[in-house]
Design a protein around this ligand. Structure first.
Ligand code: ARG
Length: 465
């Protein structure tokens, strides 16, 4: 018994005579966070116990008893009957302590040829792998939602912007396909991270490997890893899989925040390109007319948390000497937070994409403002009159100025008004000023023409769904 009346932790055994200070227990415990690893921890322990039995390191009946106990613990946790205890610090020791309560001393044999260092690395990798798989499915569903709406809006015209200033007319389907492509790259990064992650740390033990005749290939196989990690020091020190996932999530968060910002803009009075239903908006307690796109705003904000998580873990890991240091216990919170934020955000975006009503007439009206077909006129001057593009640009600029002066659209100008600027312009030029003809003409590979969009939907469906 210690001065503070607490018994030494049984897991450290003989060398300790006193329990930790209350504040030590508080700073040291991670159970509140890492209990989320319970199913991975039990899967890892079962694989380890099976291997200990198969290699003769444990007797078959010892290994069987341990596996039976672990399965019961899994049921207890899933039924909500498991007593998570701070004095046992983390998920690994909570489960082992419970196993000891159930089985007595044989439970202590589970930790043969293993350490919490390889155990936690294994658990965490398994968790991240599951989270990547769940996120990939959600991303695929968001792509599916976008492709549904793309098919409906292959020919719906809206202004394309640069600098948020009207640039050229594009199609709404083409705009949505831009996000399908971005998410495709996110899924590519996810797949890369998953493939690189998929080697097993289990059996590295504390840092140096073990003198027991373990079979690391067997445990790797049992847990769905492609191979054991080659170096025991690296295996327990590596958190690249978490960092790489956070980097992937951070880029995704940036993509989603851009899309969310467009949804916020499109819902605003200045645009009204789309309307979200009651299902994805909130009202105001004071202004009865309000319909706020809160879900989109929150997705936009989740980038803060996600980018923060990446910087948080990079900062924890930088400068750590090999092999394990307790600093690394701080790895889980940012990873859980970022995956939670992105899983939720992707689902919310899919919900909004399916929910939004597209106000095609507002989009069209906006595309008729802002001289969106000026480039088409300049291109006509190049094509038909052989003007160098720079000169055509200059001529068109003067024609835009004439329209501005008359306060009319380009296609409302009289031919004579244009001929005052360039006398060789013919009535043929008027055709290129319509936004419909403008988008139809954008048939270059990857361009916005409705015909392209229809083809791209088919290609994207094959590639991503
Ligand atoms: N809870 C610890 C973590 O998450 C487990 C590993 C502890 N290892 C140790 N040698 N103290 O990192």
């Amino acid at each position: 018994m210690a001065k503070n009346g607490k018994k030494a932790n049984e897991m450290w055994g003989g060398h300790f005579s006193a329990g930790p200070a209350a504040i030590m227990e508080k700073i040291n415990a991670s159970i509140a966070v890492d209990k989320r690893l319970y199913s991975q921890d039990i899967a890892g322990s079962i694989a380890h116990a099976e291997m200990l039995g198969a290699t003769g390191i444990l007797q078959p009946k010892e290994s069987a008893a341990i596996i039976g106990g672990l399965k019961k613990i899994l049921q207890e946790i899933e039924a909500g009957n498991f007593p998570f205890r701070t004095e046992f610090e983390d998920i690994h020791m909570n489960i082992e302590a419970r196993l000891k309560e159930m089985l007595g001393d044989v439970a202590g044999k589970l930790h043969t040829a293993r350490s919490r260092n390889d155990q936690v690395a294994t658990d965490f990798k398994l968790w991240v792998r599951d989270a990547l798989d769940a996120l990939d499915a959600a991303l695929q569903d968001l792509q599916a939602a976008l492709l549904e709406r793309t098919g409906e809006h292959a020919a719906t015209i809206l202004p394309g912007f640069t600098h948020l200033q009207t640039a050229q007319p594009v199609t709404f389907g083409h705009h949505l396909l831009a996000y399908v492509e971005m998410l495709g790259r996110d899924r590519g990064r996810l797949a890369d991270a998953r493939a690189r992650l998929n080697e097993s740390p289990l059996g590295a033990a504390a840092l140096a490997g073990t003198s027991f005749p373990i079979d690391r290939k067997a445990t790797a196989r049992a847990l769905g890893f492609s191979a054991p990690m080659a170096n025991s020091l690296d295996a327990v020190s590596d958190r690249d899989f978490a960092l790489e996932s956070l980097a992937m999530l951070s880029i995704l968060a940036t993509h989603l925040s851009r899309f969310a910002e467009e949804i916020v803009l499109w819902c605003s009075d200045g645009f009204r390109f789309i309307t979200l239903s009651d299902a994805f908006t909130t009202g105001s307690s004071i202004m009865p007319q309000k319909r706020n796109p809160d879900a989109a705003e929150l997705v936009r904000a989740k980038a803060g948390r996600t980018h923060g998580a990446l910087v948080q873990l990079l900062t924890v890991m930088k400068g750590l000497p090999l092999a394990y240091s307790k600093d690394m216990q701080e790895d889980k919170e940012p990873v859980f937070a970022a995956f939670d934020a992105m899983q939720l955000s992707v689902a919310a975006m899919a919900g909004m994409v399916r929910d939004m009503r597209v106000n095609a007439e507002k989009m069209l009206a906006a595309s008729l403002r802002g001289y969106a077909t000026a480039t088409d006129l300049a291109d006509w001057l190049v094509r038909e009159l052989g003007l160098p593009f720079r000169q055509a640009h200059h001529v068109t600029g003067k024609i835009v100025a004439a329209a501005e002066k008359k306060n009319c659209r380009l296609d409302e100008l009289k031919l004579a008004d244009m001929q005052k600027v360039e006398k060789r312009i013919t009535a043929d030029a008027l055709a290129v000023l319509s936004v419909e003809n403008s988008v139809k003409s954008r048939t270059s590979f990857g361009g916005s023409a409705p015909a392209n969009v229809k083809k791209s939907v088919v290609t994207a469906r094959k590639k991503y769904l």
